[in-house]
Write a protein that binds this ligand. Sequence first.
Ligand SMILES: Nc1ncnc2c1ncn2[C@@H]1O[C@H](COP(=O)(O)OP(=O)(O)OP(=O)(O)O)[C@@H](O)[C@H]1O
Ligand SMILES: [Mg+2]
Length: 246
Amino acid sequence: MSIIKTEKLSKTYGSGQTLVEALKNIDLQIDEGDFVAVMGPSGSGKSTLLHLLGALENPSSGSIELQGKRFSNLSDRQLTGLRRFNIGFVFQFFNMLPILTVEENILMPIIIANKNQKHYRKKLDELLKMVGLEARRNHFIDQVSGGEQQRAAIARALITEPTVILADEPTGNLDSANSLQVLNLLKQSAQNFKQTVVMVTHDAKAAAFAERLILLKDGKFVLKEDLKHVPDKAKRIMNILSKLHM
Ligand SMILES: Nc1ncnc2c1ncn2[C@@H]1O[C@H](COP(=O)(O)OP(=O)(O)OP(=O)(O)O)[C@@H](O)[C@H]1O
Ligand SMILES: [Mg+2]
């Protein structure tokens, strides 16, 4: 069964002269444990797609299902629960709270939901180790580097062990060492924990960590490509992009 399924998903912003069709009739099926890269020119609808999949915005038409649950059939309360526990967000403006430490920021989803923190302590320790922030756990978040904040944001997205991880240019402002770490983390989440990852990126090398590639242009799919058995994925992706003049 698909974890994520969309049918004729469309999103329009504004009206009249300022009307923008950000997404047009997107049919998408993503299986459990898939790692999908979404690429396309600026303004092609990549972030819009992630916002819709994360129930952060409502579609103008069409439907979205997550684990067989259709968003339009869920109450606001159920959608909030879904966003908090079934979906991990790694967005670029990561909404960290400067008055909290690295560790407290990572635990934020647990604190907000009033869950038993004890239960998540072990997971927290594992994650801090995985993202290399053990030595920074008690630092205030605004006293660590941008890369460290980004890695904390990833740990925060993973603390609830979400079914789906939505990442919008997660390596956008990281150096190559930190990028590699983040991409490996996402790949491991998919491989080892069967989490489904949808990652927007402009970088062919980053997209090469994924097993499927989706290309958007003007709000429409222009290509879906299985990368699983492609030996040199980055090269293949760059070829595709140049053929499509992207
Ligand atoms: N809140 C909004 N109100 C009006 N128009 C919007 C809004 N959000 C996005 N758009 C428009 O929808 C289109 C798709 O935007 P989107 O942010 O999804 O692009 P993107 O592919 O993520 O681009 P980028 O690579 O630059 O991040 C763009 O033309 C954008 O201007
Ligand atoms: Mg975007």
